[in-house]
Design a protein around this ligand. Structure first.
Ligand code: FAD
Length: 318
């Protein structure tokens, strides 16, 4: 069976959920071979094997931490040369998309970014994308070279599928040309204890209807009761009520959670662009004509300051 390279997104060996989703999708196309760059490959290999990785190609080099993505592209290319895979899958993170694009250029292939589904096809993997602010769904296939595909988080539920997950060391030579952009400082963000917005299974977002930074704790309380991430519309971000890192939409982040709750958000097309692929959408808005109600699964017409705290209390009782 053809092998499929899966780029592992991890923090010090703790494999992030989008990688487990990639392994699940990779199994539809062939046998997943994980590429783990950085420390603690043995730790990661256990989880990767549980989710179907037949092999884990591991490499660590100081350059991975010292420079931006180019040394990792060298390593992924080394894995590509070693395996000759049927496809290369990466998470649709900023890093995943840049590494994927650079690899595609180097190996003379095409790239599909932000896929929301993947299936095997007679002439290669077929990726589903949600385009034009999620107004259309397209299915595409790469016609040149080995397909490189990045997949949005939450596009598939990770499924366990025990496999060997044998760790093999990958010999990597970092080219001098890959040392052009050095990382000079890292400033970790203060942790909120909430899941990462783009990876969260549930997102609760607030918009202009929240009416001030001082009211966002109402949104946060619901999010915390559900173990959710907090999002915000651009109107709320532009008003300075919530950080830009939490903005959902065309000029913010794209999310695709199992459940998206929009409170006090009208549903402008630019906001939809970032959340319309969510599996279940709930809106709370006091205007029954608000466009957001055109795309919801469940809509509540009401004042968010009544509805959201009542919902939070209800969730807490369960
Ligand atoms: P509004 O449109 O003002 O809607 C507020 C809603 O809250 C209304 O429907 C109102 O009925 C409701 N409401 C008010 N009070 C309450 C209450 N007490 N209880 C319940 N409901 C209440 N927007 C984004 O979100 N993300 C983007 O990435 C983004 N990118 C953009 C890029 C470009 C190039 C442009 C031009 C625009 C972009 N926008 C983006 C802005 C977008 O067009 C909208 O202006 C924005 O999404 C509106 O935010 P909102 O829904 O919070 O505010």
């Amino acid at each position: 069976m053809a092998e499929v390279l899966v780029y592992v997104d991890h923090v010090d060996g703790a494999v992030r959920k989008p990688t487990l989703e990639l392994l699940t999708l990779a199994r539809r196309i062939g046998e997943p071979v994980a590429v783990h760059l950085g420390p603690h490959a043995d730790e990661a290999a256990k989880v990767l094997a549980e989710h179907g990785a037949v092999k884990v190609l591991a490499a660590d080099a100081p350059e991975f931490a010292e420079y931006l993505v180019a040394p990792k592209v060298d390593a992924l290319q080394a894995a590509y040369d070693a395996v000759s895979p049927a496809a290369v899958l990466l998470p649709s993170s900023v890093e995943g998309k840049e590494i994927g694009a650079r690899l595609a250029v180097r190996i003379g292939s095409g790239i599909i970014t932000d896929a929301v589904d993947l299936e095997a096809g007679d002439e290669g993997p077929v990726a589903t994308q949600s385009v034009f602010a999620a107004s259309y769904t397209t299915k595409s296939r790469i016609t040149k070279g080995t397909p490189v595909i990045t997949v949005k988080p939450n596009s598939a539920a990770p499924e366990a599928a025990p496999a060997a997950g044998t760790v093999e060391q990958l010999a990597v030579t970092v080219a001098d040309s890959s040392k052009g952009t050095k990382i000079v400082a890292r400033t970790p963000r203060e942790s909120t204890g909430r899941p990462e917005l783009t990876e969260a299974a549930i997102v609760v977002s607030g918009g202009r209807g929240v009416n001030g930074a001082e009211n966002f704790p109402v949104i946060e309380a619901l999010a915390d009761s559900l173990g959710a991430a907090v999002g915000a519309s651009r109107a709320a971000v532009d008003a300075g009520w919530y950080p830009h890192t939490n903005q959902v939409g065309q000029t913010g982040k794209s999310v695709s959670p199992q459940l998206y709750i929009a409170a006090g958000i009208s549903g402008a097309i630019q906001h939809r662009a970032g959340m319309q692929t969510s599996k279940t959408i709930v809106a709370i808005n006091k205007d029954e004509e608000a466009p957001i109600f055109d795309l919801v699964d469940y809509g509540v017409v009401g004042d968010l300051f009544d509805v959201v705290p009542a919902l939070t209390d209800e969730v807490k009782t369960r």
